[in-house]
Structure formats: structure tokens, C-alpha cells
Write a protein that binds this ligand. Sequence first.
Ligand code: C2O
Ligand code: CU
Ligand code: CU
Length: 492
Amino acid sequence: MLNRRRFLTIGAVAAGGAVAFIASPASSSAGDSGAASDAAMRAMVTPMNVRRVALLPNGQAFALPMPIPPVLQPVPSSSALIDTYRLNVGQATVELLPGLPTKVLTYNGQFVGPTIQATVGRPVRVIATNNFTEPIAVHLHGGHTPSDSDGYPMDVVQPGQSRVYNYPNNQQGTMLWYHDHAMGLEAVHVYSGLHGMYVLRDHSEDSLGLPSGAYDVPIMIRDADLDTDGNLVWQPVNINTILVNGVVQPYFQVAARKYRLRIVNAAVERIFRFDLGGGEFIQIGSDGGLYPAPVSRTELVLGSAERADVVVDFSRYPVGSQVMLSDTTGPALRFDVVRTAPDTSQVPAVLRALPALPPATVTRQISMKFDFDSGMSPPPGTINGAAFDPNVINFQVKRGSTEIWEVTNADPIALNIDHSFHVHMTQFRVLDRQGSPMLPDDDGLKDTINVPPGSTVRIQATFRDYLGKYVFHCHYLEHSVLGMMGQIEVIA
Ligand code: C2O
Ligand code: CU
Ligand code: CU
């Protein structure tokens, strides 16, 4: 990605050499857990200066089917009202490239963690156990979650320990995902594999008749670099390997009918621009749930952590066709249309109205930038001039109130650094943008948006139900590790 490359160049010049940009999370984070990047992780993730990139041998692209991460089964539980799941964090070895073992971090041994299928109104309890050597924190991204279950960066599960997270699921149905959020370690942990999908189903949507069952497919896309020994390279720049549900350039056999594809960008720092070679995506929703009405698109733009809910009608393609889902950097996933199938699904013209926007009573400014004047390399990431400090509350927000936040990417335009903005606990609406055009997804319910260089975006959110501390941050996770994170405290 051009922006990042440019930035890394700046970092490298300042450091006087080609050093890994974030070789040591400890250098940039407050608190104990940030210092914990231990030998195991260092061995697992090769620094840049020994970077030798492994590529899929020619002719082997699209040799493997796209797996669908298994749906996690609840543990037998004492309550019929709650589904309880176990997520065990630990190292595992997988083959991302044929014949090359790669050490990764996983939930339950699976490189894309198991999918949790939840239902609106039915709570989920997750018992997370840390079998790794560093602290972890499980965060349900996009979840409307009590503060003590949100995966607050300092609220970690130490090695050998377990803890319980409660997800009430009292929000609109949508595609969420869970990932690590331990202080200073979120970037390397997510990059190493601590990511999984969480499909929040909404029975009030059943009557819409959208494609369902086997035709409702979760797809997590991310990038990775591997050295010639198969190690993940922790220098996510010029990344040339795209993984779809954990497999490099897979194929997926489809019937000539409509499919609902729920796509998650789980890359640590990347904007994907997907197309179907001119073919149509009918986008029906984004981060926070369904759109009011379907929108026809030929391109999907997803920054890190963003999701798109789309329907693709493969009946437009004759059996025998191959339909490529490509990013601007190259092909990612090939759909092979292999058979016909009956299709009673539909995409109705009216989906679901967005929730009302109550009047805002508070307006706040949030400025994101790197502190290049600090003389530090890499420079601290800042929010309103300061790197994240767990002891500092940026804003107190009254529970139930609606606020407008004006979020600015304040880095010099010439450096061309994208930031993104994500706030925990609530979804928001995008009101407008200055300095850059509205993005296609800005009309939906969002929890993560891109904030291009030199621009300001105004968002509006209601902070309902829960009290306590929640973070907001740039979701290019290298930036949040460097301090580009703040926090609110929701008060009564
Ligand atoms: Cu995707 Cu603070 O999280
Ligand atoms: Cu989040
Ligand atoms: Cu950023």
C-alpha cells in the first residue's frame, strides 16, 4: 500500500536503516503487557532484515478450495438461555503455502478461528483460555458489549489463565468478528492469526428471503507475508499474499444462483478494493447491519476491520464459468460456477430502515496524527496530541446521549498516510466528510471507517446501555500499537 510504504520509508530514514517498523511493541506502549513480546513471538515472526519472501509456486494458484471455518459448538451448559463457547488461544502450525509449515497463533487451533453463530436477543458467553506465552484480550469487534467484556487492552488474560466474556447480542444482526486486543500486542497477535468471525443472526430479517444456509457464506480476507522457511514476516509492507479464510488464493465452487457473501477485511493494515471483473455485487449491508435498500456496485472498498454484506447472483454466469474476486493488487478468490440449483431467494427492494438519529447534545473533536516532532522512531501515534495512556480518560460520555465526533486525519497531506477510525461499543452514522468525498459505505451503520489524508469526517453515535471505559482507535493496528488510541468513560 502506497501510503504505508511511504510512511515506513520515513520511519526507516529516521532510524537510520531498514529496521522493522514495530520490532518491539514495548517501545510504544504503556503498561506491563506491552513489554511482553517474548522470544516465542520473535521466533514466530521474522523481522524485516531477514525477509525473503515465499510465493505460491507458479501454477499452484487456485489449487485449494476455500474452507469455511467450522461453526463453533456450544459447550453443554447449565442454562438453556445462554450459549457458552470455549476459545483457547495457542500456537499451532499450519500450511499456508503447500509444504511449508507456518507457526501461527490460533483460537482453538484454527488459523481463521471457528465461527460463532449467535442470534439477536440470545446472549453468548465465551470462556477464553490463554495457552500462549503472552497476555491476550478477546474483543468482539462491532459488538454492543458491557465494558468488562469488551477486551479492554489492559484487561488481559495472562498466560495460563481463563476468563469469561459476556455478549448480550442486543443489537441489529450483522457480521461481527472477534480478535485480540491485548495492550501493544494487538497488531502482531491479529497478524499471527487471532481472528475469527461472529455472525449475529436476526430473525426479524428471515422474512426478507435473502440467500441463507449454505448460500450465506462468511469470508475473511487478509494479507500475510511468508519467508522462504514459511515464517510469517512481521513487516506488513508490500504484502503479496492474500489469504481467504486462511488459504492462499483458493477457489470456491458455487451453483448458478444467488449467494450472500459476508466479507471481513481482517488485514492489520490494508485497504482492499475488490471487484468481480466488472460483475455486480448487490450490497445489502455494512459493518452494523442491513442497508435500508440494496445498492448495486462493481467495486467494494474495505479498510481494515470493515465488512461488506453482499449478494452475488451467479446465475448470470453459465455453468463452467470462473468468476474472479480480485483486489487491485491481484486475484484473491476464484468462484467456479459448477452446477445449477433452484433459487427461491430474493433481494427485496426494501431491507431495513436505519435506526433514528436522535439529536446530538455534544460535539467533540478528535485529531489523529503521528508525532514526527518527537524525534522517536517510530513516531508515537497520537489522539489530540497524546499517545494512549490507560490512566487518561479522553472524554466522559453520558449514558444514553448522542454525540457528534469530528474526526480528523491531521498528518501532513504530503505524507499520504491513511488513518481509520473505530469506536467500541456502538455503531455510528457518517454525517459528512470534508477534504475527501463521501465513501460508498458511509450511508450504512458503521463501526470503522477510513479517514483519508487531510480530511475530517463527522460521525454521530448514541452511547446506550453500558457504563465504563471503552477505547477508540485507528484500526490500522500498527498505528494503534504506537499509541493512536483514546478512551471514553460512559457515566450515568
Ligand atoms: Cu477491531 Cu478496538 O478493535
Ligand atoms: Cu472493536
Ligand atoms: Cu492510523
